[in-house]
Design a protein around this ligand. Structure first.
Ligand code: ZN
Length: 480
């Protein structure tokens, strides 16, 4: 029996104007969904309903699309990596930093649960989960209740530094073939999963860790299967220098020459492109090439802002014609706070408060992410779209006043105002509490795992340093 729910007479609704291809505000509107699909957005719904919810004191908005995450590992680095970076490798901690704090594969399910809870509580309903495969991954994705695009990472060589100032690469013995095969297998399993909420994105790890052949194999697979594709590129200054040293071309120019760009291609980060002010590179082609090929960029400002690195800049990329999406990349997996950081960093980078609007950021975090995932039925409230719906409380002090409720939500209240979340018409968050997973248990397990990891840091560190030496605490710890 189909089941119909009506959220009646909401104070505010973020509705989709299909003709204009943008979100609009409506007041005093009903949002109706039957099973997993929205059937009506507008005032005065007269049809039969099985469940009626009051929209009084609520804003109804579409679920957010998190275009770039690594849930199986990032929670273990919480409280460590916020100030951990290697200045001799241009501040990133990718190569010899937070990897010292990495978990064992069997611990990863708990980090995933903690990350998924954070995402849901911030109004995220779709998440791109980019991880190296670990035991239990599919099951924990299904358990979460989220709509997830599994993105099983594979590569032909891995980052390494023996001395802390030179980036080198350790080749996989089979050139990455077995990792690629494992990714292909997981992609098929996710898509066949009975939950119906799992899909896939094809994700070779990074421009500098994958051979062109391995990237091409992934893109050809994605195109055969009509799946979206994402590749880390422009993520680090050392990566730019490595790729120009190797090929004489920037990352984007190499991808263009090899015919590896297109509207199905998302570039993860896309910060260190030829125009970036740190690089002083001679060309100004990369942003134009991405726009001309209809590519998307998954913008994740939080980790980079912690390093002192900025995308230059969100508004300019948009203006050039690049489709922008938002991802959290690291912890917290809080899409609302990420949107705030994206807005502020976008203005600071442009030195212009009008370079990017809150509407631009909200579009990126919903419809922009959906476009990158080649979906026109998520990231919007419209008849026929998936019932991925978020209810925001307007009647809590953090949201009051709410002349513009999205501003109050993004710049002030964030996840504190998210009360209820539905994915595929199924309620997964109620009154600010996750229904599908035990958030506290997940956090407790991750905390215990981090405590087990800390004593292992000296044996992992090339200089045998302790965790306290590698990542000094905010204040010195006085004993006694
Ligand atoms: Zn990433």
């Amino acid at each position: 029996m189909p089941r119909t729910t009506c959220i009646r007479n909401a104070d505010w609704v973020v509705a989709w104007d299909a003709a204009a291809g943008r979100h609009v505000y409506r007041q005093g509107a009903d949002v109706v969904f039957t099973d997993d699909r929205i059937t009506h957005v507008g005032p005065g719904f007269k049809g039969a309903v099985d469940q009626e919810l009051s929209g009084k004191g609520r804003m109804v908005m579409p679920g957010l699309v998190n275009l770039h995450t690594h849930p199986s590992v990032m929670p273990f680095f919480k409280s460590v990596r916020e100030e951990l970076g290697n200045p001799k490798l241009y501040f990133t901690a990718l190569y010899d930093g937070w990897n010292l704090f990495r978990p064992e594969p069997e611990d990863c399910v708990w980090a995933a649960r903690q990350a998924y809870c954070e995402a849901l509580l911030s109004g995220c309903t779709t998440l791109v989960d980019m991880c190296f495969p670990y035991p239990g991954w599919l099951d924990v994705m299904a358990e979460s209740g989220l709509r997830i695009f599994i993105s099983a990472l594979y590569e032909s060589k891995h980052w390494h530094t023996a001395n802390g100032h030179e980036l080198t690469y350790r080749p996989e013995p089979d050139g990455g073939k077995s990792a690629y095969d494992a990714a292909v297998k997981l992609t098929a399993e996710a898509r066949a999963h009975k939950s119906g909420r799992l899909s896939a994105m094809i994700a070779p790890m990074a421009i500098d860790t994958c051979s062109v052949e391995l990237i091409r194999a992934g893109l050809e697979l994605a195109r055969r299967e009509k799946l979206p594709f994402q590749l880390h590129a422009g993520e680090a200054m050392a990566e730019f220098l490595e790729m120009t040293r190797r090929t004489g071309m920037t990352q984007v120019q190499l991808l263009a020459k090899e015919k590896l760009l297109g509207p199905d291609v998302t570039i993860g980060h896309g910060i260190f492109l030829d125009h970036h002010s740190w690089l002083h590179w001679y060309s100004r082609e990369d942003v134009k090439l991405l726009a001309e090929h209809g590519c998307s960029v998954a913008h994740c400002p939080t980790p980079f802002s912690r390093y002192g690195i900025k995308l230059e800049n969100f508004g300019a990329y948009l203006k050039a014609g690049i489709n922008m999406g938002i991802g959290t990349d690291t912890h917290p997996h809080n899409m609302l706070e990420e949107m705030r950081t994206a807005a502020i960093m976008g203005r600071v980078a442009a030195e212009n408060m009008h370079a990017v609007s809150t509407g631009d950021i909200f579009h990126a975090a919903t419809a922009g992410g959906a476009r990158a995932l080649m979906r026109d039925d998520i990231g919007r409230l419209a008849p026929g779209a998936k019932a991925d719906i978020v209810l925001v409380r307007l009647d809590i002090p953090d949201m009051m006043p709410a002349y513009d409720p999205l501003r109050s939500l993004i710049y002030i209240a964030a996840d504190r105002a998210v009360s209820d979340v539905y994915v595929d018409g199924r309620q997964v968050v109620a009154e600010g509490r996750v229904l599908t997973m035990d958030h506290r248990r997940a956090a407790t397990e991750v905390d215990a795992t981090q405590r087990r990891i800390l004593p292992k840091v000296p044996e992992r560190d090339r200089l045998g340093r302790s965790a306290e030496t590698v990542a000094p605490r905010t204040l010195p710890l006085h004993h006694g």
